[in-house]
Design a binder for this molecule. Sequence first.
Ligand code: BGC
Length: 451
Amino acid sequence: MNKFKVPEYNLPADFIFGAATSSYQIEGAWDKDGKGESIWDRFCHQKGNVLNGETGDEACNHYNRFKDDIALMKELNLDSYRFSISWPRIFPEGHGEVNQAGLDFYKELVDELVKAGIEPAVTLYHWDLPQALQEKGGWENKETGDYFVEYAELMFKELGDKVNRWITHNEPWVVSFLGNYFGEHAPGKTDLAIAIKIAHNLLLSHGKTVKKFRELNIAGEIGLTLDLHAIYPASKTAQDIEAAQLADSFSNRWFLEPIFKGRYPKRLLNKYQNNFALPEIASGDMELINQEIDFLGINYYTRHVIRAEEISDDLFNYRQEKMIGNPHTEMGWEVYPDGLYDVLVQIKEEYTAKPLYITENGRASDDKLDEYNRINDKDRIDYYASHLKAIERAVKSGVPVAGYYAWSLMDNFEWAWGYSRRFGLIYVDFATQERFFKDSARWYKEVITQT
Ligand code: BGC
């Protein structure tokens, strides 16, 4: 591998460098060895939901290539690998009978990681709900949360001796609102009341799972991952400031407040109430959600600059300002590393002194393989470099950031965007399944080795 000159990072000695993926985005083998159908299998197989009709049927075929992929991770010197478990691979019907082949796959994966000296970090839910449970109401149905705990318990018992870091949910905002209010993700609904109900049920299932983890006395740490955006008003006017606060409550605090303070943000709760879209909060729910967690996972990609919109009497009467000046990624997201610093400081000041892990951070780029099989992705190197600098600054300001997972280990199925958006450190030729290290991978390896 080429040697890259990398910046010096002043980070804690035990800082963890990793990379992340999720089951549906990389595994493929969607109907192999007894796996049940997930809501993403169903969603992708319905026309019009995903760009170019693409699906995760094959994805990176990681299910069959995981040993080679772990060899690549080892070559990158990763300390840790964050992946998710496909619930319907374990419980094809969502609960009840276990699919042994599915369980064996994850056992082997974990064994292989441990053998390679790479710490596994496991996400229990990265969006691929068993379709069988969707038929019974999915996350709208509280029982789904109980089945989730059943599934989590099995995983704790089967993998708990080798897995040290557990993440219950990945980005519950995306699951509830993108999937059920904006309709862009599975199951593709557009009903605010349903989205709010689901957000509550997801939070509850998180709380119940943490409680179970403690009861079972599983060694290791448990937390969850939120997608947090840095949010700023577009101007100093009272309207823009208020709109930014609303946006912040909608995308960040709706989850942060229940988790860390056992309550929903009041003003937004009132707004929802006026629109007949309140969560059904049973007695004891908020205490259950407000379980002590061992760390918070943060996925950070960009900031949102918010401008109030006068015309609309819509619930969310604001829009996101298009920023000029800074680079934007292939997703159209502004590159804004200072936002990561701001988010980290805010979490420490307002919510928790527990360790924070950046569980995802990265960018989509228009990567091209050149005639020497090289991918010059300097824009991605710049992205990682500047965000790691923001983390270094946060650490210097006293924020306990304990680790960083690049999103993503390799190019993969980018949800509604199919394969058109490449986020990987590793380039995947989807026609042949060949993998190639991008320059950013070589750079990241150097950072890990030297830091
Ligand atoms: C998700 C990933 C996704 C990434 C880039 C996050 O919202 O957890 O699954 O690929 O962002 O869009």
